[in-house]
Design a protein around this ligand. Sequence first.
Ligand code: ATP
Ligand code: MG
Length: 442
Amino acid sequence: MSQPEQPPIQPRVYTRDQHPISRAAISDNALKVLYRLRDAGFRSCLVGGGVRDLLLGREPKDFDVATDAHPDDVRRLFRNCRLIGRRFRLAHVMFGREVIEVATFRAPFDAETEEGNVELSDDGRILRDNCYGTIEQDAWRRDFTVNALYYDIADYSVLDFTHGVRDLHEGVLRLIGDEPEQRLREDPVRMLRAVRFAAKLGLRIAPEVDDVLHRHAGLMTSAAPARLFDEVLKLFHSGAAVTCLDELERFGLFEALFPQTAACFAEPERGPMLRAFLVEALKNTDLRIRDGLGVHPAFLYAALLWAPMQRELEARLEAEEEPVAAWQQAASVVLEEQSRRVTIPRRFALVVREIWELQDRLPRSKGGRAARLLTHPRFRAGYDFLCLRARAGQADPELCQWWTEFQESDEGRQQEMLRPAPGESTETRPRRRRRRKPRSAS
Ligand code: ATP
Ligand code: MG
């Protein structure tokens, strides 16, 4: 393995008057870290999304710092510091909820001389990489040119080793180096990062990258499932979730990440309807992000896996499995199968199950159980999910309206709503006779 060709170049330097980044736009905590490193004699720069987003006139999500101080130096300088990561050893400087990530400049790896610090898998993935170097070397190790710009706190200039500023102006997302395939092979998660940055920032994926993504989407299956939970969340919580879905599908990446869901979407008859529900859910997620409302990881995964959950459930009900068991088993099968590609941490998987379970309970709880269901810890998520299903033509819109009104009504009105009209059953739709439901197992 070798690193991208590294021409011995001087960076293009944009002095303070040649770029729009002002310190007022950088978080106080990031500035504190930058200054303290500088004052201790180290080189320290803002790097990555912080610089990129400020140059685009957007508000950065977080601030990353790159320095020639080693992680242990960083720990000595900051009491509020934690060292994390095996694959990449990093320092996290904590300020309440804000975390400033401080990474030491890394060198290109040379498997022959740096064996102790770099570890590759048989198929070329970087498993461990803690080989420190200069800022120039660090720039060439990053993923996209627009992510390899440095804001140097020493003189407030922006340093560009990879033509990132040009690409930013041209609106192009380009992998660093001449061998995009190798860069994606080293770390297949970069494929998801490509889709996310392009969608979120409105950049065009460079043709040579587009080409590799099409041809090698299958590499995604070699990424560690444990790393993918967060990456998938970042994609769909980026504020451009609908575009991300389209792009993942275009490259064949969606199939690699969510094979069960992709198979359902490919069903000739029902596929489009099943997909329409996910699109509804993602549109809603985008709106919530835009409006600064909370989004829950479990809700997203519940939506992403709802199509295979339904398919599995139907098969079980058709085989006359007992309904309560059928719901529980279907959820277990789908979640377990999914964890081969993306690990869903248990605490989120439990909430996914609860949201699904409510899809069974909400339609048949119009009797005395309705008031109790309102206090269910996932009621709101389950109800939102039901309304999305209604919007996608998968559930009765009247049922959704009933619950909307019920939860907004005072007690008197609620009592009235629970009283069946003459001849009407308290249940919205005819149901199988059910035994008392045991507490759902996990
Ligand atoms: P955002 O924080 O807005 O999601 P970001 O570009 O800052 O975007 P981070 O995940 O915070 O992304 O990473 C910070 C920087 O570290 C990136 O800009 C990039 O330079 C580098 N980086 C992150 N992940 C990778 C990777 N998988 N391969 C190479 N470089 C990476
Ligand atoms: Mg960042």
